[in-house]
Design a protein around this ligand. Structure first.
Ligand code: AMP
Length: 302
């Protein structure tokens, strides 16, 4: 995966943290590491030290393609009100990402599954061009939709699957109606669109199919930062682990993604995911399956 490795300052109604490890690549790779081998392509500055490195190493995430250069790492500052589905960005500093020219190792180029995490679309394209993977998926956010729309359009032409949230889908599709926005996005490149809807779950669109699932009904959501990336990590990690991209596998991947996101938001940063067990993951998978399962029925005679 390629994405941001960042320091985040986050404020939620339940607390505040300054300069904790975050970034799309961090949340994604920790989540995906429960399913498969993950390799991160990104850049960090000299503020990235042993404590940050341990987050990746403890999960056996391969960081040999993580470049280290003098300067400061990507920095993001955001705040949430009581509607935890909406993050308000206070500050974005690209720092070392501004001049990043990813040069992938031979092993990275050979990956069968590639996730272009949220980062400059032109960087996503540069990485994509170096890889001939079986499945290429991507994420983006309003920052890039507004600031680099042409580059985003180029990125969309080069991917199989797009994973974004509903506000982003409406913005890219230029439609208030999600179904119409989805159809428009599917005409821009990706064959499959996965729309994250925060506490309301996930919806998936292709040219001829639709699937939706609720989110895990949590009573305690502490910090929604990284929900999207940990979703994507569980989703791609499961597909890579099973080496399958058929409809059934993609639906199960959505459930695993939802499970990983539900754990991630229970605490600040990656704290909760770092303590997670397979028993916990599988138990929540079964619960989520049961929550929306129903049998076929026939109308009784009236
Ligand atoms: P999400 O999964 O959508 O909550 O993503 C949260 C993470 O995205 C945070 O840890 C941020 O460091 C990172 N982030 C925020 N803005 C950007 C951006 N413009 N480009 C790349 N990463 C970002």
């Amino acid at each position: 995966m390629v994405g941001s490795v960042a320091f985040d300052s986050v404020k939620t109604p339940f607390g505040e943290r300054d300069r904790i490890l975050g970034g799309s690549a961090t949340y994604f790779s920790v989540a995906a590491s429960f399913f498969t081998n993950v390799r991160v392509v990104a850049v960090v500055g000299d503020d990235f030290g042993p404590a940050e490195e341990a987050v990746f190493r403890d999960r056996q995430v391969d960081i040999s393609d993580l470049e280290r250069v003098p300067g400061r790492s990507f920095y993001w500052s955001g705040e949430y009100g009581f509607d935890l589905n909406v993050a308000e960005t206070r500050d974005t500093q690209l720092n070392v990402f501004a001049d990043f020219k990813p040069k992938l190792s031979t092993a990275a180029k050979a990956t069968p599954y590639l996730f272009l995490g949220n980062i400059q679309p032109q960087l996503q394209v540069e990485v994509r061009e170096q890889v001939g993977a079986k499945l290429i998926a991507a994420d983006t956010m309003n920052y890039w939709i507004n600031n680099t729309p042409e580059e985003l359009g180029e990125m969309l032409k080069r991917i199989d699957l797009l994973v974004i949230n509903d506000a982003e889908a409406r913005e890219i599709g230029k439609e208030a109606n999600l179904v119409r926005a989805a159809r428009r996005i599917l005409s821009m490149g990706p064959k499959r669109l996965v729309v994250k809807r925060g506490e309301y779950g996930v919806a998936m669109f292709t040219g001829d199919s639709y699937f939706a699932t609720p989110a895990y009904p949590l009573e305690e959501v502490f910090d929604p930062t990284g929900a999207g990336d940990s979703f994507a990590g569980g989703f791609m990690g499961y597909l890579a682990a099973t080496n399958a991209t058929n409809e059934g596998a993609v639906r199960r991947a959505i459930i695993y993604g939802s499970v990983m996101a539900s754990f991630n938001v229970e605490e600040f940063g990656c704290e909760r995911m770092r303590r997670l067990t397979y028993d916990e993951i599988n138990a929540r998978f079964r619960e989520l399956r049961a929550f929306s399962h129903f049998e076929e029925a026939e109308m009784p005679p009236f």
